[in-house]
Ligand binder design. Structure first.
Ligand code: ZN
Length: 680
């Protein structure tokens, strides 16, 4: 599972942005923000601490990074059967076109190609709708005829015109393959989705196929279907497994080649066992082997370097079974991990001192020790759009029997925040320079700390009364649960204990998070919602619930209020101490609702505070946000690692470079890691 904070934290992070750089930022001339196009902005992340790794560790990062890049074409093909062909056509025109490259059609094609690279296909990475090309079929056909035809992805005996006839409807006809993943209830989700996980199979056929495999009494069920395409050929339904010797063998063999090298420089026996099991799985495609690999991976806690490299997340399959390929190579951020360890070590103190009724507290509580990692390479479904937190493995029985690893990717969060500095967001929405200064000074620290408290303590705190069914709150359950975790963090951010533990620098710091939280919950998170719609997503509902409840309950004392300046609405916090008391009161109430399973109270809170939006305020916020011309989605350009070798071919150093451009990187990847046939 990817951290569900992803999208919202981006917004929260933007809130901590500021125009005026502090001295620290002046010294840091790293270029976090790169080019912007369509609704996307490219960023760069800094691999802080890479230089301090040992040579052997650097070598390991290098091999795993190569393995991370070799799977890129798998994802393109998983996302749609024509993606590799279309990418090659676009790239060839992009690099070899002899005509006018300043022409609107060419520019339109360039933007389209950049979006295809970003999405690993022709559908939006987030919304999954097909891109609308801003160039004409006539232009593209003529352009394709000016380039060297041997560079084009022609099928056996196919002419350029025939290629255009085959592919153009896929690009230009909005009725064909309109969505990558269709979730509309009542339609055949497989026949109406463009993803390439099924071929010629109806939803019913696929569901029946897998229902037959499942044994409801198996205590250790494998994740059926996760590593194959389901096809109907000659009337027979069968799986084409992604493995060495199977589908995608060309890419998987390259991945295994690099994993073999990585195995030789593994940090310890446990890590070696992880890599061995993964290689075995890529070879046999057996889902039992995959589970064995996942178990070894969960047990590998002592290594500095860690990685994901496999078929992992199933968001891209409308039936939620087939897993997209992805990879991340990372190493533990020792300094930041101390922070989460300190929090976890004091878990019992936090539980004992919370404002919650004693009956609902845990007698013994164990904090979850989530580690903070530094990303060193992103690949597949984590590139260029990525998560800021990951919790794996996905298999439920492995999670209960062996646990899971939860990570926060510190350098990516940091890059989001640094890149947002000076984008005008704070200037537009924060009420005064004093609050901006507050967020500039303490924003990053308290943002990270709030996330840590939420994850390491919030979700794990409290208990249900005996006999209360955990699903009693039904559709309101996840909003209440997120509110509980958020409030736990908000309440404690202002506690002297945090200063005492060295987690916050002083007793003022929490105000930065309090201000940004209220501003976000009352106003700015609305920029993600179209006018006329309600708040739907659980994290967004939770934030609205907390902020609006505190606004209303503190109204008599003017704890927080809306203020108008020059016709614009702002949030003003007048009394931070009282705001903390309100958070404490709501935490106690939310915990009561959860512990007692009080469905009616949950419904009332959510429906009253967290769903509807004032249309006038919403329109104003959207209008102000639009004028800032910010890209709502971000992705990352990877660094480039180079192995320095001696005369015998031994690696003597691995260097890192951050200067590669977006298009340059994508073209290089398409050149160096294009290991699959165009039509699979
Ligand atoms: Zn949560």
């Amino acid at each position: 599972m990817k951290n569900k904070f992803i999208q919202l934290t981006m917004i929260a992070t933007m809130l901590t942005a500021c125009n005026a750089p502090t001295n620290k930022e002046v010294a840091d001339d790293f270029k976090y923000a790169d080019e912007q196009f369509a609704d996307l902005q490219m960023l760069r992340y800094k691999v802080q601490g890479f230089e301090d790794l040992t040579l052997k560790q650097k070598e390991l990062v290098y091999y795993l990074s190569e393995a991370a890049l070799e799977g890129r074409d798998i994802l393109f093909d998983q996302n749609g059967k024509y993606n590799l062909t279309i990418r090659k056509m676009l790239e060839t025109v992009y690099t070899d076109f002899k005509g006018d490259k300043t022409d609107d059609n060419f520019k339109g094609m360039e933007t389209y190609l950049k979006r295809v690279w970003f999405s690993n296909g022709i559908h939006h990475h987030y919304g999954s709708e097909k891109f609308v090309p801003a160039f004409t079929p006539d232009f593209f056909r003529a352009a394709l005829k000016t380039v060297d035809a041997t560079k084009l992805p022609l099928a056996e005996g196919q002419t350029v015109d025939q290629l255009c006839d085959e592919i153009f409807p896929i690009i230009f006809d909005p009725a064909i393959m309109p969505k990558r993943v269709n979730q509309a209830d009542g339609e055949d989700l497989l026949l109406t989705s463009a993803c390439n996980y099924y071929a010629g199979v109806t939803q019913k056929e696929a569901e029946d196929f897998y229902a037959k495999m499942k044994d409801p009494n198996d205590p250790q069920p494998v994740m059926f279907g996760m590593n194959s395409r389901l096809v109907k050929e000659n009337g027979k339904i069968q799986e084409k497994t992604w493995k060495v010797g199977g589908l995608y063998t060309e890419a998987i063999e390259r991945i295994v080649y690099w994993l073999d090298k990585a195995k030789a420089v593994a940090e310890n026996d446990q890590q070696k066992a992880v890599i061995e099991k993964l290689i075995q799985f890529y070879n046999d495609g057996d889902l039992k082997t995959f589970d064995a690999y996942a178990i070894e991976w969960v047990k590998d806690l002592d290594s500095r370097i860690d990685f994901v490299n496999c078929f992992t997340e199933s968001y891209g399959d409308p039936l939620g079974m087939k897993a997209s390929w992805e990879s991340i190579v990372n190493f533990k951020d020792m300094e930041a991990t101390k922070r989460t360890e300190t929090i976890s070590a004091n878990a019992q103190w936090f539980e004992d001192n919370s404002p919650v009724d004693k009956r609902f507290k845990k007698e013994t509580v164990k904090g979850v020790s989530a580690k903070v990692i530094t990303a060193a390479m992103l690949g597949g479904d984590l590139y260029p759009a990525t998560a800021i937190g990951i919790n794996l493995p996905n298999s439920n029985w492995i999670r209960s029997a062996h646990g899971s690893k939860s990570v926060t990717i510190g350098n990516l969060t940091d890059a989001y925040s640094k890149a947002a500095r000076g984008n005008g967001f704070s200037q537009e929405f924060v009420i005064s320079p004093a609050e901006i200064k507050l967020m500039e000074t303490y924003g990053d620290i308290t943002d990270n700390l709030h996330t840590d408290l939420h994850e390491c303590l919030g979700h794990g705190s409290g208990k249900l009364l005996p006999g209360v069914d955990p699903d009693t709150l039904k559709a309101y359950g996840s909003t209440i649960e997120e509110a509980r975790a958020d409030l736990f963090g908000l309440y404690y951010l202002a506690d002297d204990k945090l200063v005492e533990l060295g987690l916050t620098p002083d007793a003022e710091a929490y105000k930065a998070q309090y201000y940004s939280y209220m501003m976000n919950g009352l106003m700015t998170q609305l920029v993600r919602i179209d006018l006329g719609n309600n708040i739907e997503e659980a994290h967004m509902r939770n934030r609205a619930l907390i902020a609006r409840w505190a606004l209303e309950k503190g109204a008599a004392d003017k704890v927080v209020e809306f203020v108008k300046k020059d016709g614009k609405t702002y949030v003003q916090v007048n009394d931070y101490k009282k705001l903390r008391d309100l958070f404490g009161q709501l935490l106690a109430e939310i915990q009561r609702i959860k512990s007692e399973g009080d469905f009616n109270a949950a419904r009332e809170l959510v429906e009253n505070y967290a769903v509807e939006i004032d249309p006038t305020l919403h329109a104003e916020i959207l209008d102000r946000y639009k004028k800032l011309n910010l890209a709502p989605y971000k992705g990352f350009i990877n660094p480039v690692y180079t192995a320095v070798k001696d005369a015998e071919g031994n690696i003597t150093d691995v260097t890192i470079d951050y200067t590669e451009g977006y298009a340059e990187q994508m073209l290089r990847y398409s050149n160096e890691y294009a290991n699959l046939p165009y039509r699979n």
